[in-house]
Design a protein around this ligand. Sequence first.
Ligand SMILES: Cc1cc2nc3c(=O)[nH]c(=O)nc-3n(C[C@H](O)[C@H](O)[C@H](O)COP(=O)(O)O)c2cc1C
Length: 190
Amino acid sequence: MVRMFEPKPIPGDVLDRVLEVARHAPSGGFSQGFDFVVLTKPDELEWFYRTTDDPTDPEPFPGRDGQSAPGCIVLPFANKSLYLERYAQPDKIQFGLNKEENWPVPFWTVDTSMAIMLILLAAVDEGVGAWYFGITRGESEVMRELGVPSACIMLGVIALGYPSAEETPQGSTLTRRRRPFQEMFHFGRW
Ligand SMILES: Cc1cc2nc3c(=O)[nH]c(=O)nc-3n(C[C@H](O)[C@H](O)[C@H](O)COP(=O)(O)O)c2cc1C
């Protein structure tokens, strides 16, 4: 994750390539239930930071220091309705997944998470820095003001921009070790 950015906009063609990959994320029943709201205009970004920054949260938050704020915010939404509609179709209705309560795992959040990861990886390929983070304030206001359907679930925030030369490693990777391969992968059984 990159948390400090240059005040330099991402060219439209670069941003389009980074976002386009999300269309290729896998999805249950090829439902493709992920939607994104993309904010790039200064007034949109300023509004978003103002609405969602929780001053009591000591974690880094974009926009607190105007100099290092990212130039693009992508809000990923898991679009549950598209799954319930897809699984009501003749080839899927037998599974009973046209009802939300029958989903053991809500694949709309799984698939949207995969789409998010594709955007993070595509950003790296384009030399763009990406920061994924959660918000603790303003989510319902953001959804209301942006006209997001209420069945959608906001799965955090992706910030994109060119990394600042002043960027230094921050966050939990400084204090926690990466779990070893042998500890994580349980060949044969746990
Ligand atoms: C679900 C999720 C939530 C996260 N929330 C935040 C956050 O609120 N603020 C933040 O600065 N980083 C956040 N991160 C980034 C993690 O801290 C970061 O991915 C992790 O420490 C590994 O560092 P790396 O991605 O730079 O390798 C989040 C990552 C994930 C996957």
